[in-house]
Design a protein around this ligand. Structure first.
Ligand code: SF4
Length: 371
């Protein structure tokens, strides 16, 4: 048995107005507090496991993992090395931001067998970056990508669509530029007004996201990056294995404030969240919320997660896990959808690119089967 591990770094250079992830402006004392909490949590997990926990993938996200200095990273690697067995890790991703990523970070991460860097660039257009309030321009993002590739990491880039004044031309330019530099993985997200974020109070006028998403679905596969998940495109072999663990309901351990994990135990799934803020994380037992998924709810969630990916649902396997009755109900529901949205192949069913564009409507129908 091996696990996927998610580590949350709760620091950024500054907060972006559109962001709902938990993070704080970096401060050395807070960083020390975070690492002390991480050490306690990692030790506790290893005690429960009675030894070093074997990992398959590791993903360090945030926040901005490239913000803590090298000394903090060295301490973090020591903490992780004491509690986890990395000998079977095939993929180790760290998220980075163009304005804080340094060659020294990359050199250190290489030493600790990090394999993949996911760059939160968001756009490669200066006007769009300025509107987002990002502290870097397109030139800095490109420099960061080149550095990542120079150090021989797999490179992924996050790009946002649906920005004011964004056009299909500027969107194409961002995608094209990222590919021209040599990234093998692109994640695309629509800008959403997350409740509680400063941007959500300003009600900006945002363009319809559909044409941008559709363009990415047309453009990226023609450039060799197949769509393998609703928001993810990759060259063959460059898919993010860690994220596949979430979509396949595999065991994911979570470390750090606000981090989410998932564990499968005896026909039940447990999704848990660590304390949502650094203060609460430091002051308490770290897990504060546990949601138990069983029976039909777990089956429906599994179907929705599988349909996010291009492999879709393996119907025979699904029936062995959740029963033939639920498998048949899901198949019936998908057969009722317009044929251009679904693809039935052998014993599996998946969404087509057109189906992925209306995924939310399909999830809503599937969720009705929970009752
Ligand atoms: S840098 Fe990333 S994680 Fe930090 S506030 Fe901005 S969008 Fe959020």
């Amino acid at each position: 048995m091996t696990f996927a591990l998610y580590v949350h770094v709760p620091f950024c250079v500054a907060k972006c107005d559109y962001c709902a992830f938990y993070s704080r402006v970096f401060d050395e004392a807070l960083c020390d507090e975070w690492l002390t909490g991480m050490s306690r949590e990692a030790e506790r997990l290893a005690t429960v496991w009675k030894g070093k926990i074997p990992l398959r993938t590791t993903y360090v996200g945030g926040g901005t993992p490239s913000v803590p200095p090298l000394s903090a990273w060295e301490r973090l690697f020591k903490i992780l090395g004491k509690a986890f067995d990395f000998s079977r890790v095939k993929e180790f991703t760290v998220e980075a931001n163009p304005c804080s990523l340094t060659s020294d970070h990359l050199r250190l991460w290489r030493e600790f067998r990090v394999t993949r860097i996911s760059l939160g660039a968001q756009s490669l257009n200066d006007g769009e970056l300025a509107w987002l309030g990002r502290r870097h321009d397109a030139g800095m993002a490109l420099m960061a990508l080149k550095k990542i590739l120079f150090f021989d990491f797999d490179a992924s880039i996050d790009l946002i669509f649906g920005l004011p004044d964004q056009t299909l031309r500027t969107w194409r330019q961002s995608l094209h530029t990222a590919l021209a530099v040599g990234v093998g993985h692109v994640s695309v997200y629509q800008l959403t007004l997350e409740p509680g974020t400063p941007l959500s109070y300003t009600s900006p006028s945002l363009p319809e996201g559909y044409p941008f998403y559709r363009f990415a679905q047309w453009y990226l596969p023609r450039k060799g990056l197949a769509q393998y998940e609703i928001a993810s495109f990759a060259r063959s072999g460059k898919e993010c294995r860690h994220n596949l663990a979430y979509w396949r309901q595999e065991n994911v351990l979570a470390l750090g404030p606000s981090a989410w994990g998932y564990l499968s135990l005896q026909q039940q799934g447990f999704r848990y969240q660590n304390a949502p803020t650094l203060e609460e994380y430091s002051a308490s037992e770290s897990i504060v919320e546990v949601e138990r998924l069983k029976g039909r709810s777990r089956g429906v969630e599994s179907a929705i997660l599988a349909l996010r990916t291009r492999w879709g649902i393996d119907v025979e396997y699904f029936a062995t896990r959740f029963g033939q009755k639920l498998a048949d109900e899901i198949l019936d529901l998908l057969k009722e959808a317009p044929p251009r949205l679904t693809r039935f192949e052998g014993k599996s069913v998946a969404l087509t690119p057109a189906g992925m564009r209306v995924g939310n409507a399909i999830w809503a129908k599937l969720l009705e089967l929970e009752e």
